[in-house]
Design a binder for this molecule. Sequence first.
Ligand code: AMP
Ligand code: MN
Ligand code: MN
Ligand code: MN
Length: 276
Amino acid sequence: MSRFDLHSHSTFSDGLLAPAALVARAAARGVDVLALTDHDDVGGLAEARASAAAAGIKLVCGSEVSVSWEKLTIHVVGLAIDPANARLTEGLAAIRAGRSTRARRIGESLAAAGIPGAYEGAMKYVTSERLVSRTHFARYLVEAGVVREVKDVFKRYLNPGKPGHVEHAWATLPQAIEWIHAAGGQAVLAHPGRYKVSKTGMRRLLTEFRAAGGDALEVLSASHTPEQFTEFATYARLFDLRGSTGSDYHGPGESWLDLGGLPPLPSGVVPVWKDW
Ligand code: AMP
Ligand code: MN
Ligand code: MN
Ligand code: MN
C-alpha cells in the first residue's frame, strides 16, 4: 500500500525546507505520494516536481487556499491542480496581495502591545518575496525571547482578541473551490478540527462546503487527536465527502509530526486519491 502525505509547506510559503529538500526528506521517510501545498501560491511546484522524479516519488501539485468564512479563517487545500491555470493563479495572486499591508499592521499592533521591531524581525524570516505570514512573526517572537516556541505564540498573539491580530478578507469558500476546480483539482477542507466552531457550526460549514462543490475532508492531520480522526471520518461519511491525509509539515524542529507520519486512513472513508 502506498504512503500518502497530501499537505506540506516549503520556503515558497512558511515552510523551512526548499521544495527539493522537502521532497528528498519525504522520500527518505517512505512517502510514496507527496503533495506540496504552499499557502496561496504554486511557485514551489516546478522545483518539487523536478526533484520528485529524481527521488522516485510521485508529486501531487497543490496549494492551501486561505478563506474567510463567517468570522473565521479556514483553509481549503487544492490537490491535483494544474499550477498554470490562470483562474487559479490570478485568484491566488489577489489574496496574496493584501499580505504585505497586513504584515505592517501586525507589526503596529505588536508595537502597541510593547513589542517593537516585529515587522522588521519577521521580514528576516521571509523566504519568498511573494508571501509573508504569521508564521514569520511567530519565528521572530521566539527569537526575541517573547515566547518559547512557535506553537505557543498563537496562544497569546496573532489570533483574534490577542495582540498582533489583524482582520483580513481572504477568498470566499465558493471562490476557493471554484478556482481549484477550474484548475482541474479537488478541494479538501484542511484540518477541520482546528476551527473554533460548535457542533452546529461544523455542520453548517460542512453543508456549505459540500454545497459549493467541496470534494474531501482532511480526516488525518497533525492538528487532530486520534479521537478526531474517528470524528472526522464519521463526518466524511455523513456528508458524502472523500477523506484526505496530511502532516502539514513545516520543517525540522517546528512540526512535531514528520512527513509521512500519520496512520492509514480509517476504513469506510473513500480516499481523495481513489480516481488518481
Ligand atoms: P497566515 O496565513 O499568515 O494567517 O498564517 C497562518 C499560519 O500560521 C498557519 O499556516 C500555520 O503555519 C501557522 N499557525 C497558525 N496557528 C498555529 C498554531 N496554533 N500553531 C502553530 N502554527 C500555527
Ligand atoms: Mn503554515
Ligand atoms: Mn492550514
Ligand atoms: Mn498547511
